[in-house]
Design a protein around this ligand. Structure first.
Ligand code: NAP
Length: 290
């Protein structure tokens, strides 16, 4: 436990609710290991109090904070600067105080691509990514796949109108050139082409652990050696990943993304590359009983 003194600096996470957040566990473990004079706290802030809370954070000298549901978009007009990645995603998950101004960014992309850049690193330039779901996390996954250099990025959703809106939101950016959207009915055509198959829907998340976004028959068409990546981290593995592993696919779960997006945020706040990612991972695994 960090020793709180008169000089302790403050980090935290804002959300509503925020009790479920795993971030305090992960960040305080890292802070303790580094022996720094910081503490990371959860702040439950109702939407109507967001503006006044942020002004209060400035007044008391908060160093930085994570942003979770429902504030990831609402925070944007309250910031002085938003990085291009956060603009591309349309959401902020990390805010830092710099020169008396709030700077917002989004570390979900870094979190998502981390295992694909390290353990499973390869040349992605001829590869196809199929992304299930078109919500907030899917936006980070699309940018991540673009950054990795995927040849084609296919996003699959259940609602045609929301899919069109998702596609149109990229405008004439280079990402739009690689992106195509499809309804769920096209899965039979898309799955056999997938080198990377990502579940960004909440289907299969605890407690509905028997659910999967794909039927066994749909998953049977996944090419052997493909990577199946589920953003969900409880349970481990999800039904989706179990199905994929039966097909000979490589499975990646959402825990590493969670750890790596947190580590990326801590690097920004502390202005160091030296953050104990293993300690953060271990703190989460211990808490989740993994
Ligand atoms: P979101 O914005 O609500 O998006 C969820 C998407 O899933 C939407 O496109 C939604 O479709 C689709 N969906 C939901 N239920 C569906 C169903 N029964 N059939 C088909 N599609 C369905 O949520 P999010 O913020 O993107 O989060 C999605 C998941 O990613 C959650 O499980 C979250 O915990 C996880 N996540 C993990 C990390 C990590 O660090 N590991 C980070 C971010 C998110 P409609 O648009 O048609 O409603």
């Amino acid at each position: 436990m960090t020793k709180v003194t008169g000089t302790t600096k403050l980090l935290g996470v804002i959300g509503h609710p925020v009790e479920h957040s795993l971030s305090p566990m992960m960040h305080n473990a890292a802070i303790a290991t580094l022996g720094l004079d910081y503490v990371y706290l959860p702040f439950a802030i109702a939407p109507e109090n967001l503006e006044i809370a942020i002004a209060g954070f400035a007044a008391i000298g908060v160093t930085g904070f994570s942003v979770t549901i429902p504030h990831k978009q609402a925070i944007m007009p309250l910031l002085s600067e938003i990085t291009p990645v956060a603009q591309a995603i349309g959401a902020v998950n990390t805010v830092t105080r710099k020169n008396h101004q709030w700077i917002g960014t989004n570390t979900d992309i870094e979190g998502f691509i981390a295992p694909l850049q390290t353990t499973y690193q390869q040349d992605w330039s001829q590869k196809v990514a199929v992304i299930l779901g078109n919500g907030g996390a899917a936006r980070a996954v699309v940018v991540g796949c673009y950054q990795l250099g995927f040849a084609e990025i296919y996003v699959v959703g259940r609602n045609e109108q929301r899919l069109r809106k998702f596609r149109d939101s990229w405008g004439s950016s280079p990402i739009a050139e690689k992106l195509q959207v499809y309804t769920w009915g096209s899965l039979a055509k898309l799955i056999p082409q997938a080198n990377l198959l990502v579940n960004t829907t909440p289907i299969g998340m605890y407690p509905k652990v028997e659910d999967s976004p794909l039927s066994a028959a749909e998953m049977a068409d996944l090419p052997q050696g493909a990577i199946a990546y589920d953003l969900i981290y409880i349970p481990q593995p999800t039904q989706f990943l179990q199905q994929a592993q039966k097909q000979g696919a490589i499975a990646i779960d959402g825990l590493e993304m969670l750890v790596q997006q947190g580590a990326a945020a801590l690097k920004i706040w502390l202005q160091t590359e030296n953050v104990p990612v293993d300690v953060m991972r271990q703190a989460l695994c211990q808490h989740l009983g993994l």
